[in-house]
Design a protein around this ligand. Structure first.
Ligand SMILES: [Mg+2]
Length: 245
């Protein structure tokens, strides 16, 4: 091993110098993970839940513009969420109808991967900046317990009209996914937690995540792709890695 590589081998360096971290280290951490946290939008499912909700409520274009700004980093996560929801103002009935008429589309291979992780007794969590009512539907399809779902909660008045969202959820803030991972480590005593996702907020959750795997099966985000040591475009690649054990 070259001296420069040796320097980067300590576990504390895995995330702070992602690009330099070897792919084999990330793979090893994935194989021996205590828990795997998946982002949901554009990772576990093919679409962005909030964009689908906006389209369904007839305000798709206005929301896409704010999503774009948020991803470019010119808005905080909470501001972007507040702004989009104040345009969408979905009722409980509209959300239910969206789930019935346009259920979230699972990304090919996710079911097999989650089943395999469960069989190996690796805990699976969904950590999403999207909405709990939609993410719970996804969790149920994948046999993920609902207490393993971390997402934002929409609030409704008694008559079903939009009443805001629960701002106290960790996932409502920038850096929220990292907070959830710290919480999981405390609550369950996990040592190795791997985060998998397509977006910048997923990458930023490492650390505290032990490793990050970039997922480009639905969308490619160049700034994520460049900064992670292991980037996959299908869940089959992850399944193949597990089968090496
Ligand atoms: Mg995503």
């Amino acid at each position: 091993m070259e001296p420069a590589q040796r320097l980067l081998f300590g576990p504390d360096r895995l995330c702070s110098s992602r690009k330099m971290t070897s792919i084999s280290q990330t793979k090893e951490l994935f194989r021996r993970a205590d828990a795997v946290c998946f982002d949901v939008d554009s990772t576990v499912i093919k679409e962005e839940g909030i964009d689908e909700l906006a389209k369904f409520c007839g305000v798709g274009d206005a929301c896409t513009e704010i999503t774009r700004k948020a991803m470019g980093g010119s808005l905080t996560f909470k501001t972007a969420l507040t702004e989009r929801l104040s345009i969408i103002r979905c009722s409980r009935e509209q959300v239910n109808k969206l789930i019935t008429d346009h259920p979230p589309q699972l990304t090919p291979g996710i079911r097999e991967l989650v089943d395999d992780l469960h069989q190996r007794n690796i805990k699976v969590f969904l950590v999403s900046g999207g909405f709990r009512c939609i993410v719970e539907h996804v969790a149920t399809q994948l046999n993920i317990p609902l207490q393993h779902v971390y997402a934002n909660r929409l609030k409704f008045y008694f008559n079903g009209e939009y009443a805001g969202f629960d701002e106290s959820q960790p996932t409502a803030e920038s850096g929220g996914k990292g907070k959830v991972i710290n919480l999981l480590k405390e609550q369950y005593g996990f040592k190795t937690v791997v985060m998998i996702g397509d977006g910048a907020t997923d990458l930023e959750a490492c650390p505290p995540a032990s490793a990050f795997i970039g997922f480009g099966g639905n969308v490619t985000r160049p700034q994520v792709k460049e900064r992670c040591s292991w980037y996959v475009t299908s869940f089959g690649e992850l399944l193949k890695e597990l089968e090496k054990i």
